[in-house]
Design a protein around this ligand. Structure first.
Ligand code: COA
Length: 179
């Protein structure tokens, strides 16, 4: 498992996005749609990426995040939900200084051996910000169990992002991890 620079991820971007599409069970055409999105995220402040490789030098895990900020699509979608359900001081407390965990995926063949947990710990060990926030589809999944074990608590439940019919949870916890 290694941290990747923007250049290193860019060199393997189609492979990384294919891994994400496979892990999430999305249709393969999503790959071409997501490559420019991942590429744009790389230039954001606080961007960090962690990757794991198998013994054939293929990606078996990928995760990244960056400092969330006003004007970003995810930030504005989450702020809208928070403003509907939380008092202003809590909205400010969560959104003032946070690292957005944007993606974390392990290839199905490598899942269930602690890799996701190790990648998350590595990513968050150098992540900037007072908090880390993420969104994940509702439902009892391995991702949920991982986030709960890592101390993430509910901020929003059954939140709807524009253009996606699925209900999501927005979860968060303070940084650094070991306090
Ligand atoms: C969510 C995801 C990243 C977690 O990665 P992972 O490597 O499978 O998960 P973990 O590191 O927690 O390991 C999973 C299991 O192995 C167990 N485990 C942890 N450390 C272990 C170790 N050292 N040896 C053996 N098993 C271990 C855990 O108890 C966990 O058990 P659980 O399945 O009952 O929760 C991965 O499953 C995935 O990519 N899922 C699909 C995509 C997805 O949902 N991404 C997140 C979107 S928000």
């Amino acid at each position: 498992m290694v941290e990747l620079s923007t250049e290193e991820l860019r060199a393997r971007l189609p492979e990384a996005v294919r891994l994400y599409v496979t892990a999430m069970g999305y249709p393969s055409w999503t790959t071409q749609q997501r490559i420019p999105v991942w590429s744009a995220h790389m230039s954001r402040s606080g961007w960090r990426c962690v990757a794991a490789f198998n013994d054939r030098d293929e990606l078996s895990g990928i995760g990244y995040g960056y400092s969330g900020d006003a004007g970003q699509w995810w930030h504005e979608q989450v702020r809208r939900g928070m403003q509907e359900h939380l008092p202003p001081d809590q909205v400010k407390g969560w959104l003032d200084d946070y690292f957005e965990l944007t993606e974390l995926h392990v290839h199905p063949e490598a899942q269930g051996h602690g890799l996701g947990r190790s990648m998350l710990r590595t990513l968050l060990s150098t992540a900037p910000g007072a908090n880390v926030l993420l969104s994940t589809p509702e439902g009892p999944t391995r991702a949920w169990r991982l986030y709960r074990r890592m101390g993430f608590t509910d901020i929003l439940r059954n939140h709807r992002f524009m253009g996606d019919p699925r209900p999501f949870a927005v979860l968060g916890r303070s940084l650094p991890l070991d306090t």
